[in-house]
Design a protein around this ligand. Structure first.
Ligand SMILES: *[C@@H]1O[C@H](CO)[C@@H](O)[C@H](O)[C@H]1NC(C)=O
Ligand SMILES: *[C@@H]1O[C@H](CO)[C@@H](O)[C@H](O)[C@H]1NC(C)=O
Ligand SMILES: *[C@@H]1O[C@H](CO)[C@@H](O)[C@H](O)[C@H]1NC(C)=O
Ligand SMILES: *[C@@H]1O[C@H](CO)[C@@H](O)[C@H](O)[C@H]1NC(C)=O
Ligand SMILES: *[C@@H]1O[C@H](CO)[C@@H](O)[C@H](O)[C@H]1NC(C)=O
Ligand SMILES: *[C@@H]1O[C@H](CO)[C@@H](O)[C@H](O)[C@H]1NC(C)=O
Ligand SMILES: *[C@@H]1O[C@H](CO)[C@@H](O)[C@H](O)[C@H]1NC(C)=O
Ligand SMILES: *[C@@H]1O[C@H](CO)[C@@H](O)[C@H](O)[C@H]1NC(C)=O
Ligand SMILES: *[C@@H]1O[C@H](CO)[C@@H](O)[C@H](O)[C@H]1NC(C)=O
Ligand SMILES: *[C@@H]1O[C@H](CO)[C@@H](O)[C@H](O)[C@H]1NC(C)=O
Ligand SMILES: *[C@@H]1O[C@H](CO)[C@@H](O)[C@H](O)[C@H]1NC(C)=O
Length: 448
């Protein structure tokens, strides 16, 4: 049985972060460099021929970019004027010794209640490049997310010629229905949540969807110039292929770090990932589509989102921009061919400091299995409930956040028996798994 990770992704994230967290102590009290005010508020957006209210930061979808330099400190004051509990997570910002500002709901903090505020003191350390921020409660992150752009420290520069200009490319999911209802229903029925109705590039589905042509995101290119695309996959579940017709891409960074540059005509980017990609306007002045669509899962949105690269100058544009030849939905070779080329830059200026000795080894399995449904029948496989787990443990949320329980020594919130390795060893990549690996145990377990 193969079930794609989806439903309980937030539980994975929670537990993974938790495992990291206990190495950290109190935050550095140095005065931060800047302070920003954000308001969580509902806003009306019209996409795919219908209008609905979505949760946003400051009314924006995607949300406002956070621009910083390496090593900066920033305070983001979040005021929650919406009707839902919410937290914000700074994805990929390591924040050493600063766990209270990390954001996962009920892991490092209780949610910010409607009408309440919370100030995140964010410490940037080694990150440089592109990351993102997103809500870390329910499915609010579907629309509450935005780029984090970390420029080189003042007085230093990129490990490649400075691009002429840059564009954030935020890929996201659009659901015609209410995202909170969709996840609520999935949690109640135990089935896969509804798939999205569209993907978007910077908030716009693009020309291939109904009622969408007017808004399609356009980028103006000057011939001969090189641009930096900061591509972020904020899509709820799907890995996607991304291409620009007729243009080569040069991948130079990933997840807030530089990579050894390599040339490719497509990228494959997973949910949560960010990539820095250079593109040179060296083709005949015209209009070209950039497009993204899924690498297939069990249930996936098979639509294609587009934006338009438009050269400046005097020329006759084609009636339809040229379209890229995207890899097929199921092209696993395209996936492995791409991912195996990713290597850390590891230069003198950007060294990789991987610890070569360690005190504790953790061997974890990540899995989406099923749990029995109790008295009634669920809508998961064979009437079960889809359940995500780490090393066969499915996380159970508590009323108190775990970091608080740890610091205040509140008993009964978690147990300290998260296993250092699987109890039961099986072929982790097999297509047919024995029955006893399908059903995890439940608990709130930590490794201190
Ligand atoms: C606090 O930050 C400053 C400036 O980044 C640094 O010099 C200092 O070592 C830090 N102190 C602690 C305790 O982390
Ligand atoms: C919102 O968060 C508070 C704790 O901060 C909690 O008591 C309450 O149950 C939460 N509400 C929902 C709907 O989850
Ligand atoms: C989820 O999908 C089902 C089947 O297409 C549909 O009937 C239902 O309205 C959807 N739910 C939401 C909240 O959009
Ligand atoms: C566009 O609308 C038509 C008519 O309602 C429908 O048949 C078609 O499936 C829609 N296309 C997309 C991509 O949603
Ligand atoms: C997308 O999936 C629908 C079924 O959900 C199917 O009818 C359609 O042919 C698929 N389109 C493509 C391009 O694969
Ligand atoms: C664009 O090129 C055409 C054909 O060469 C010419 O007739 C026209 O005047 C040019 N327009 C501008 C704004 O330069
Ligand atoms: C994608 O699939 C189609 C039909 O199955 C095939 O004709 C085409 O060659 C495939 N493209 C690639 C890049 O593999
Ligand atoms: C992947 O690489 C293999 C071996 O180099 C090659 O045969 C294959 O065509 C490549 N596939 C794609 C989709 O790039
Ligand atoms: C559903 O049950 C049948 C019969 O017990 C079994 O053969 C099949 O593997 C089960 N499917 C899943 C997805 O668990
Ligand atoms: C595990 O399963 C995979 C996929 O079926 C297979 O290729 C591999 O040989 C198996 N490994 C062992 C040790 O049996
Ligand atoms: C997971 O836990 C369940 C419940 O304790 C047990 O039945 C199952 O064998 C365990 N599976 C693995 C792979 O450890």
């Amino acid at each position: 049985m193969e079930l794609k990770q989806s439903l309980n992704l937030k539980y994975f994230l929670g537990v993974l972060l938790l495992l990291n967290m206990f190495a950290f102590s109190m935050a550095n009290k140095t005065i931060p460099t800047s302070s920003i005010n954000w308001v969580i508020t509902e806003a009306k957006y019209t996409r795919l021929c219908s209008t609905k209210k979505i949760l946003t930061v400051n009314g924006l979808f995607p949300g406002p970019p956070l621009y910083v330099h390496k090593g900066d400190r920033v305070i983001v004051n979040v005021r929650n004027q919406a009707k839902y509990n919410i937290t914000i997570h700074w994805h990929g910002v390591k924040q050493p010794r600063n766990p209270w500002s990390d954001g996962p709901e009920y892991v490092t903090q209780c949610p910010i209640k409607p009408g309440a505020s919370f100030s995140y003191h964010i410490i940037f350390s080694t990150e440089e490049g592109t990351l993102w921020w997103h809500a870390h409660s329910d499915w609010s992150r579907a629309t509450v997310h935005g780029p984090i752009i970390v420029y080189p420290k003042f007085g230093t520069t990129y490990p490649f010629p400075k691009p002429y200009a840059e564009f954030p490319i935020v890929l996201a999911s659009w659901f015609k229905g209410d995202v909170m209802e969709i996840i609520q229903t999935a949690l109640e029925t135990g089935a896969e949540p509804n798939k999205s109705d569209a993907f978007t590039i910077n908030g716009q589905p693009g020309d291939l969807y109904n009622c969408s042509k007017q808004g399609t995101f356009r980028m103006l290119f000057d011939y001969g110039k090189t641009y930096l695309l900061r591509i972020i996959n904020s899509i709820m579940n799907e890995e996607v292929f991304f291409m620009v017709a007729h243009h080569n891409l040069r991948v130079v960074g990933m997840d807030g770090a530089y990579v050894k540059p390599f040339k490719t005509n497509y990228i494959m980017i997973t949910p949560g990932q960010a990539m820095d990609v250079l593109i040179t306007a060296n083709q005949s002045p015209s209009h070209y589509y950039m497009a993204a669509r899924a690498y297939a899962g069990v249930v996936y949105d098979n639509t294609t989102t587009t934006a338009i690269v438009q050269y400046s100058g005097n020329y006759t544009a084609p009636s339809t921009p040229l379209f890229p030849n995207l890899p097929n939905y199921t092209d696993i070779n395209a996936v492995t061919n791409f991912t195996k080329r990713l290597r850390a830059l590891a230069s003198k200026e950007h060294p990789i400091d991987v610890p070569k000795s360690f005190d504790t080894e953790l061997f974890m399995t990540i899995f989406v299995g099923t749990c029995p449904c109790g008295d009634t029948s669920c809508s998961g496989p064979n009437g079960t409930r889809l359940t995500a787990s780490l090393t066969n443990i499915s996380y159970e949320q508590q009323e108190v956040d775990i970091l608080q329980a740890y610091y205040k020594k509140i008993k009964g919130i978690y147990t300290q028996d998260f296993p250092s390795k699987p109890h039961y060893v099986f072929n982790y990549t097999a297509d047919d798994l024995p029955d006893n690996v399908l059903t995890p145990t439940r608990g709130t377990k930590v490794k201190v």
